[in-house]
Design a protein around this ligand. Structure first.
Ligand code: APR
Ligand code: PHB
Length: 398
């Protein structure tokens, strides 16, 4: 069977679904092709922090109903180190802008609902997805997405393809070797994350530097906590029974405030993720545009992954709008350069947060002292606090 659309989108994660949503509001047709089921995509435990502009975009484009009810607006974030806890006060540092704690699962569910309500086509459980005939940016052959659904071969002809299929997708590897330059750094540690039936012990996130390694206290709802521990990149989760995880979290998140207590609870889910920084440039090849994790990965320490995916598709949707309204290609041609400016600033910030807060096994006692001095400076200087806050809540959209 053969279909025709304007923009064929591979991947129904936040990048692909948000792009489809934005395009539909601009009167541009798209079809999303996803290899897993909706349930699978929705259930993956992923990021949980929205920069304010991302939340505002959801609200302004009509998909913010649940976000307004359930999103937790945080006007500050905490750093804990050397027995001290420091609060970065966003109201004071960055003029009242804030972050919203709202899980990626819910963002994805809200987007799936919006696509369904608008009659948008999202084809799930597509097998053997491939992309073809996209090399020529101009007219030439029509770009194609091919796949099988329920055993039947299908093809979608499209003006453009958006590769929103994440880090392990097919779109980036379909670009000829040599056309992309890859910038990569793999960190010598990972995060062991848990979801716990334990009300968060702090109203705001706590990033903790300790001699035992980094820990993070985050949350999903007022009843469900999300906590992380720095671990080996290939840590065997079976060596971490729940009691050991809580014991380690207690040590790393310990406060000098005798009133503070880390509340424990039933562990609902646990897993280990590696950490890397990765950028593939340019984010376009002919009629194929890469967006989100398909083009770049950040370590989670800056909470930037989901927001960067959203920023990419905002730039891409605008460029496509201009193309369909006027036939002009300037914005499409400028997509990669424009998106990459934001990507690299987020890369720098995520790398910096990661380097400041984690223990590296190549570091010595000098490096520990240097890290403590940096934390002391970052929390003590108004200018440095402002720099951290401005990046953490998200740089302005161009
Ligand atoms: N064919 C079709 N779909 C695919 C294929 C394929 N060959 N490969 C992957 N996919 C789908 C995945 O199943 C997933 O649903 O593409 C989607 C990609 O979604 P994400 O990995 O969530 O990537 P993205 O939408 O760019 O969102 C980035 O996700 O990893 C987090 O922290 C990251 O928050 C950031 C966000
Ligand atoms: C999360 O809640 O999953 C989370 C929060 C902040 C981060 C990373 C992850 O920096």
């Amino acid at each position: 069977m053969s279909l025709r659309t304007q923009v064929g989108i591979v991947g129904a994660g936040p990048a692909g679904l948000l792009l489809s949503h934005l395009l539909q509001r601009q009167g541009i047709e798209s079809v999303v092709v996803e290899r897993h089921t909706r349930q699978y995509v929705e259930d993956r435990v992923r990021a949980g922090v929205l920069e304010q502009w991302t939340a505002d975009l959801m609200i302004e484009t009509g998909i913010g109903g649940r976000l307004k009810r359930e999103g937790m607006y945080h006007h500050g974030v905490m750093f804990r180190f050397a027995g001290r806890t420091h609060r970065f006060d966003f109201d004071q540092l960055v003029g009242g802008r804030c972050i919203i704690v709202y899980p990626q699962n819910k963002v994805v569910a809200d987007l799936f609902d919006a696509r369904a309500a608008a009659g948008g086509q999202v084809i799930t459980e597509a097998e053997d997805v491939s992309v073809d005939d996209f090399a020529n940016a101009g007219d030439g052959a029509t770009a194609k997405i091919r796949f099988r659904k329920g055993g039947e071969a299908q093809e979608i002809e499209c003006d453009f393809i958006a590769g929103c299929d994440g880090f392990h997708g097919v779109c980036r590897p379909s670009i000829p070797a040599g056309a992309l330059t890859v910038y990569d750094r793999v960190y010598p540690f990972g995060w062991l994350g848990i979801l716990a039936e334990a009300p968060p012990s702090s109203e705001e996130l706590i990033y903790a530097y300790s001699e035992r390694g980094f820990a993070l206290l985050s949350m999903r709802t007022p009843q469900i906590g999300r906590l992380y521990l720095q671990c080996k990149p290939d840590e065997d989760i079976h060596e971490w029974p729940d009691e050991r995880i809580w014991e380690e979290l207690q040590l790393r998140l310990a406060s000098s405030d005798p009133k503070w207590k880390l509340t424990e609870g039933k562990v609902l889910q646990k897993g280990v993720t590696g950490m890397r920084s990765f950028v593939a440039e340019p984010m376009q090849y002919g009629k194929l545009f890469l967006a989100g994790d398909a083009a770049h990965i950040v370590p989670p320490t800056g909470a930037k992954g989901l927001n960067l995916a959203a920023a990419d598709v905002v730039v891409l949707a605008k460029a496509l709008k201009e193309f369909y309204a006027t036939g002009r290609r300037e914005q499409l041609d400028g997509y990669s350069a424009k998106a990459l400016r934001r990507v690299w600033k987020a890369q720098r910030f995520s790398w910096w947060m990661t380097s400041m807060l984690h223990l590296f096994d190549t570091d010595n006692a000098f490096d520990r002292r240097r890290q403590l001095a940096e934390l002391d400076y970052v929390t003590g200087s108004h200018a440095a606090q402002q720099t951290l806050a401005e990046n953490y809540i998200g740089l302005p959209m161009e």
